[in-house]
Design a binder for this molecule. Structure first.
Ligand SMILES: Nc1nc2c(ncn2[C@@H]2O[C@H](COP(=O)(O)OP(=O)(O)OP(=O)(O)O)[C@@H](O)[C@H]2O)c(=O)[nH]1
Ligand SMILES: [Mg+2]
Length: 268
């Protein structure tokens, strides 16, 4: 779609969607899965059109659970791609579950996730963390929302309160969302979520540059270029295994990414 046309649509759409996502969340969960598998139009995407991708770095405590959940929820039809920098058994466990594993020296979250996003050729890509925090049960809802016409569906962890998130991170994530909203002129609620669905065209048409701040960049650039971005409430669970992100250093890097990406997109 022509970018000018997208630009004209997006403000009203995101505002409506942000509210709609909040208001509609309960209705969406529970029914959307059935829609994705039974009521789908012939040209709707199904799980065989979906790749679930993630960076994995010493996640042997969680990877079995995450990949089993994806397999169960998508009936084994979604492709799984892990970009792995581990020194533990994570890649072996991933292969045992049928995932495609791309080995890469550990260079940070964004380097791994960018490679993971660009590796598959299926039309819909969902990112997640490999730590059992994100609800794979909600994958059908994400696919249904893409089938409704959204270009990006972004999991909003803060809508339900994110009680399982460390308090410092919760505060930081609310602050990031406020700063990004002011800089973009559009209200968003969770800029650093790891769970989103993208139409392949979106990830391929933009050049991604951030590392720790990649998650924020993946929300901000599409939104400011006029793509149809929808936030959708998700549950968020306590992490299995050790965190890979230093909250202070990581937080500073994310804050810097949000400001620089917003300004770059505004003056582009
Ligand atoms: N391949 C690879 N994966 C990474 C690297 N750093 C982080 N990851 C993965 O990226 C995902 C996100 O990292 P997390 O440690 O969960 O970071 P976070 O979600 O900000 O922090 P938590 O609150 O601990 O969940 C996880 O699946 C990590 O294993 C890296 O350098 N290389
Ligand atoms: Mg995580």
């Amino acid at each position: 779609m022509n970018e000018t046309a997208r630009d004209a649509d997006v403000t009203a759409d995101l505002d409506a969607d942000a509210n709609g996502a909040a208001a509609g969340s309960d209705a969406a969960s529970g029914t959307a899965g059935a829609e994705a598998s039974t009521d789908a139009d012939a040209d709707d995407y199904g799980f065989e059109d979906l790749s679930v991708v993630m960076g994995t770095y010493n996640e042997e405590a969680a990877i079995g659970t995450v990949l089993t959940d994806i397999d169960r929820v998508t009936d084994g039809r979604a492709e799984v791609v892990c970009v792995d920098g581990s020194s533990d058994r994570t890649p072996e466990i991933a292969r045992e579950h049928g995932a495609r594993v791309i080995e890469q020296e550990p260079q940070g979250y964004g380097v791994a996730v960018r490679e993971a996003l660009l590796a598959p050729d299926r039309p819909v890509v969902v990112t997640t963390d490999c730590d059992d925090t994100y609800p794979m049960e909600q994958l059908p809802e994400f696919l249904s929302l893409i089938n409704e016409g959204h270009d990006v569906v972004s999991g909003d962890r803060l809508y339900h309160g994110a009680e399982t998130m460390p308090a410092f991170n919760r505060f930081g994530n609310r602050a990031f969302a406020l700063v990004a909203s002011v800089l973009m002129g559009r209200r968003v609620h969770d800029t650093t979520t790891g769970m989103r669905a993208y139409r392949r065209e979106v990830v391929e048409s933009i050049r991604w540059r951030e590392n720790t701040g990649l998650s924020a960049e993946l929300l901000i650039r599409p939104l400011m270029r006029g793509y149809d971005v929808r936030e959708h409430p998700i549950e968020y669970a306590e992490r299995l295994g050790e965190t890979k992100l230093d909250p202070i250093e990581g937080g500073l890097a994310i804050g810097k990414s949000i400001v620089s990406v917003c300004l770059e997109e505004r003056f582009r």
